[in-house]
Design a binder for this molecule. Structure first.
Ligand code: G16
Length: 544
C-alpha cells in the first residue's frame, strides 16, 4: 500500500463538544480540517494495528466525501478491517451495536445529530470506543490536545471504495466490509421485544402508528422493523427517505420540528402511537393520541414498567439521568429501591455505569433514552419499548401517562433555549449566575425558598474521574429546580438552556399547562440570569 504523508497546519477549534466535533460543512471543507482531526484521533489511540474500525454516518451532505477520506487515512494508519454501512449509512445506535457485536476496536460516526444538513449547514464526527459508546472525556481531551499541534497526516493512495456494493473487498492488506446497515440492528430489536405480540396488536388494528423519520437515518430502520417485520402499513412511516439536507428541515424530534407528526397526533383521527427520531437515529419523541410525553416522563414510565418488557423482565439494576433531566425517574427508583445516578449532560457519562452493570436504563431530557443493549441512546428502540408497553398493558399512551402521574406525582417540566447568543454575553450570564451562588441558599421568592445553589460537578463512581462546571443548579425546598447550562452541540454562538421543573403531587392539578404551572419559576430564572435583559430578546427561541 502506498502511503503519503501530507504536511498540514493545525486548527485551534477542534475541541469536541457534548458529542463529538460539530461544525459548519464549510469549516470541515477547509484543507486538511477533517484529515487533521481524524489523524489526531488515531494519534491519540494505541494498539489498533490490524484491528477493526466501524464507519458510517447519518447520510447528511459531506458524509460520502468524508468516508472516502477516512477509509484512506485508516488504511494508512494500519487498521486491518473497516466495517462500513452500505451507502455510508449507519444510525448512531446501529453503529454502537456493530462495534459491540463484531468486537471492533472502535468506530467513527459521522453526524451532527439533530442539526440541519446541507452545504451551508452542519457536519460532525465522533469517535466511539470498544464498548460501543461515545469516547469519554479523557479521550476527547487528548484528541483536542493533539489537534492543536498536528503538522501532518498519513493517507493511502488508493481509488475510492464503492460504498453501495454489499460484500467484502481486500485492499492491500486491509479488509473492507460493506454491510447492510439495518440487519444486525433489527435482529437485536427482535431479541429485546415481543415481536409476536406486536405483530398481533398491529395486525388486529389495536395499535395504529405513525413514525416520522424526518428524512434522516431511521427511515430504512423503521421501514424494515415496523412495516416489513411487524406488518404496519407502509404509510405509517413518513419522511422515510434519508436525504442529504433532510428536506431542508431540522431533523430534531420535538413538537416544533416534527410538525407533520405533531399535527397528525393532535388531530381527531390520530393513531394510537406516534414517534419521531433525529438525524442520526439516537433521539426519540413519544406521542399518543392528543398527548406528548416529555422525555423525562418517558424515562420514568419506562423504568416503572420495564418488568413488562421481555428484555427487562428480571428488573433493573439501576437507572441514571443527566443532571437537567427531571427527577421523575428518581421517584421510580426510590419506590423500587434501585440506585439512581445523576450524571452530566452527554451520553458518554452513562458508559461506565452500563459497563459496570450499575444501571440498565438511562435517559436525558434532550429526547434521549436507552438501555444496556447498546452504549448510545436509541430512537427506534424507544418507539418499540412504548409499542410493547401499549400492547401488554392494553392502555393508550394517555392512560399510561396519567396512571403514572397518579402513582408517582407529576414533575411538571420545560426547557427554554436561547440560541445563537453572542458568546461574550453568554459567558457574562454564566459568570453573573456563579457570582450569586454563595448568597442564594435561604432566600425566598414567593412560595419558593432556595435550598441549594451550585455548579454541578460529577465524580464517576467507576473510574473516579471528575467532571466539573457542568451547569448551574438552583434547588428549592419543595423539590423544584432551575438549571442553567450552555449547550455543547450548537455551531453558532452560544445556546443558553434553562431547565425548569416543579413537582405536583396533587392529582387534581395534573392537567395544567406546563408554562402556566412554571410561570413563577420562569420569572425567577430571568431575575437570576438576566438573559432577556442582556440580549434584548423577549422570549426563548425554542420551548420544549
Ligand atoms: C448530544 C448528546 C446528549 C446530550 C445532547 C444535548 O445529543 O449525545 O447526551 O444530551 O447532545 O447536548 P447539549 O445540551 O449540550 O446541546 P445528540 O443527539 O445531539 O448527539
Amino acid at each position: 500500500m502506498q502511503i503519503e504523508t501530507i504536511n498540514t497546519h493545525s486548527y485551534d477549534d477542534q475541541n469536541p463538544g457534548t458529542s463529538g466535533l460539530r461544525k459548519k460543512v464549510k469549516i470541515f471543507q477547509q484543507p486538511g480540517y477533517l484529515e487533521n482531526f481524524v489523524q489526531a484521533i488515531f494519534d491519540s489511540l494505541e494498539d489498533f494495528s490490524g484491528k477493526t474500525l466501524v464507519l458510517g454516518g447519518d447520510g447528511r451532505y459531506f458524509n460520502r466525501t468524508a468516508i472516502q477520506s477516512i477509509i484512506k487515512i485508516a488504511a494508512a494508519n494500519g487498521f486491518g478491517e473497516l466495517i462500513i454501512g452500505q451507502g455510508g449509512l449507519l444510525s448512531t445506535p446501529a453503529a454502537s451495536n456493530i462495534i459491540r457485536k463484531y468486537k471492533a476496536f472502535g468506530g467513527l460516526v459521522l453526524s451532527a445529530s439533530h442539526n440541519p444538513g446541507g452545504p451551508n449547514e452542519d457536519f460532525g464526527i465522533k469517535y466511539n470506543v470498544s464498548n460501543g459508546g461515545p469516547a469519554p472525556e479523557k479521550y476527547t481531551h487528548a484528541f483536542f490536545k493533539r489537534s492543536q499541534v498536528i503538522d501532518s497526516y498519513k493517507i493511502a493512495v488508493m481509488e475510492d471504495v464503492d460504498l453501495d456494493q454489499l460484500g467484502t473487498q481486500q485492499l492491500d492488506g486491509m479488509t473492507i466490509k460493506i454491510i447492510d446497515p439495518v440487519s444486525d440492528y433489527a435482529e437485536l430489536m427482535q431479541s429485546l421485544f415481543d415481536f409476536d405480540l406486536l405483530k398481533q396488536s398491529i395486525g388486529s388494528g389495536y395499535i395504529t402508528l405513525l413514525f416520522d423519520a424526518m428524512s434522516a437515518i431511521t427511515g430504512p430502520y423503521a421501514k424494515r422493523i415496523l412495516v416489513d417485520l411487524l406488518g404496519a402499513s407502509p404509510n405509517s412511516v413518513i419522511n422515510a427517505e434519508p436525504l442529504e439536507d433532510f428536506g431542508g428541515h431540522h431533523p430534531d424530534p420535538n413538537l416544533a420540528h416534527a410538525h407533520e407528526l405533531a399535527e397528525a397526533m393532535f388531530s381527531d383521527d390520530a393513531p394510537t402511537f406516534g414517534a419521531a427520531s433525529d438525524g442520526d437515529g439516537d433521539r426519540n419523541m413519544i406521542t399518543g393520541k392528543q398527548i406528548f410525553v416529555t422525555p423525562s416522563d418517558s424515562l420514568a414510565i419506562m423504568a416503572a414498567n420495564a418488568h413488562l418488557i421481555p428484555a427487562y423482565a428480571k428488573g433493573l439494576a439501576g437507572v441514571a439521568r443527566s443532571m437537567p433531566t427531571s427527577q421523575a425517574v428518581d421517584r421510580v427508583a426510590a419506590k423500587y429501591n434501585i440506585p439512581c445516578f445523576e450524571t452530566p449532560t452527554g451520553w458518554k457519562f452513562f458508559g461506565n455505569l452500563l459497563d459496570a452493570g450499575k444501571i440498565t436504563l438511562c435517559g436525558e431530557e434532550s429526547f434521549g433514552t436507552g438501555s444496556d443493549h447498546v452504549r448510545e441512546k436509541d430512537g427506534v428502540w424507544a418507539a418499540l419499548f412504548w409499542l410493547n408497553l401499549i400492547a401488554v398493558k392494553r392502555q393508550s399512551v394517555a392512560e399510561i401517562v396519567h396512571e403514572h402521574w397518579q402513582t408517582f406525582g407529576r414533575d411538571i417540566y420545560s426547557r427554554h433555549d436561547y440560541e445563537a447568543v453572542d458568546a461574550t454575553i453568554a459567558k457574562g450570564i454564566v459568570e453573573h449566575l456563579c457570582g450569586q451562588l454563595p448568597i442564594l441558599p435561604g432566600q425566598h421568592f414567593g412560595e419558593y425558598e432556595i435550598s441549594f445553589a451550585d455548579e454541578f460537578s460529577y465524580t464517576d463512581p467507576v473510574d473516579g474521574s471528575v467532571s466539573s462546571n457542568q451547569g448551574v443548579r438552583i434547588g428549592f425546598t419543595n423539590g423544584s429546580r432551575i438549571v442553567f447550562r450552555l449547550s455543547g452541540t450548537g455551531t453558532v454562538g452560544a445556546t443558553l438552556r434553562i431547565y425548569l421543573e416543579r413537582f405536583e403531587p396533587d392529582t387534581t392539578k395534573h392537567n395544567q399547562d406546563a408554562q402556566t404551572a412554571l410561570a413563577d419559576l420562569i420569572d425567577l430564572a430571568e431575575q437570576l440570569c438576566e438573559v432577556k435583559k442582556r440580549t434584548g430578546r423577549t422570549e426563548p427561541d425554542v420551548v420544549t
